[in-house]
Design a protein around this ligand. Sequence first.
Ligand code: GDP
Ligand code: GDP
Length: 437
Amino acid sequence: MARPVIAIVGRPNVGKSTIFNRIIGDRLAIVEDKPGVTRDRIYGTGEWNGISFSVIDTGGIEIEGEDELIRLIRVQAELAIEEADTIIFMVDAKAGITRADEEVAQLLYRSQKPVVLAVNKVDNLQRMDDIYEFYGLGFGDPVALSGAHGTGIGDLLDAAVAKLPDAQEEEYDEDVIKVALIGRPNVGKSSLVNAILGEERVIVSNVAGTTRDAIDTPFEHDGQRYVLIDTAGMRKRGKVYETTEKYSVMRAMKAIERADVVLVVINGEEGIIDQDKHIAGYAHENGKAAVFVVNKWDVVEKDDKTMQQFTNTIRDHFLFMSYAPIVFLSALTKQRLGKLLPVVNRAAEQHAMRVPTHLLNEVVADAVAVTPPPTDKGRRLRVNYVTQVAVKPPTILIFVNEPELMHFSYERYLENKIRAAFEFEGTPLRLFTRRKS
Ligand code: GDP
Ligand code: GDP
């Protein structure tokens, strides 16, 4: 299920990134590093009262001259409006209403999206008087905050979350495998979609996704039903979406959130760059099954070691995703294409796998017998009971005497032992340590 999106919009220097950072806390932010006139656009996730959402910091604009500034603010705001479910319109109490604020307000009136007006830099009570002027912008009660002191953030999130649409219903049957293709432009995502669909019976062509961010294509292969969530094709569909090309990262994030299995497509000709890692990391964080697809294998000069070398490179770059299988293929020549869906099936199956509690406890008891848990100041960690509490991704609780005694390295050791016994190939595992004597 895709998370709703909150965008923070406003002219430069009002404190958007300060607030953004307070909202996401220590969660991972993804920076869209596109060259251009604007500062990097930053994506993150937040949670408030149990509701998770994505948040966009639309970035500042470093530019001379007011006209140019205003033109660029419009572009920024339009993009944000397009993608967001709710908008935080941020202004600066110290500066009052500026022409640029009024420009943004005009765009927001027309957008019909819910808006929360946030007046930042209300650093002390005297400043509360300054917020009244902002009623004039026409968005109702302003929320006063101070990014500097961290005050008012809760009120802001109360207001913003209250305006989010209700979570979308799940659109497909439980047994349908939802597959998202992600990767940088030009790695061959669209070609791969066409190659897969070219071989299979397409049940319905190009069903628009519930969000306008992707084209969902259901198809069937060997009795298994799938849906391909294709964000790449969107770009090629028409003009409207070209203007939102900048939001490709956001779209990839949403596609990941809806998917069971994420295909991380890599250009075999070019190798791996940081951007590949950010997006793959997002799949991992969201607990999705993942498969690396090394495309354009037809043009790679190969000998009998090339595949192993490329495998090593991927393993080095994606240390945290050692569970993800790797498929080498060519979308163009369809060479090795037949290997892909069986690997996807297996990853989906393992992602949804439930291990019986008694087997899990046997495996962990053996592991503990071989390498006893760590001690600290004479106290030893005791593992009392282990049970899997969820699937997609498999989530395992480890009940112990003293959770503080659990070390990251010991948890990793147990994960390795669990994987050695049950595999869980293609899926992340979540282990949580809880107290229970
Ligand atoms: P953005 O361009 O809208 O993303 O703004 P920034 O978050 O980069 O903030 C612009 C400047 O305002 C920085 O120097 C911040 O330290 C400062 N700032 C942010 N929030 C507050 C606040 O609540 N009070 C004051 N006095 N300054 C703030
Ligand atoms: P996307 O931006 O990730 O959707 O990439 P496209 O599918 O549009 O492909 C980008 C370019 O790479 C196009 O010129 C494709 O013809 C080419 N391409 C895609 N897959 C392959 C492949 O397996 N081998 C070769 N040689 N070229 C490919």
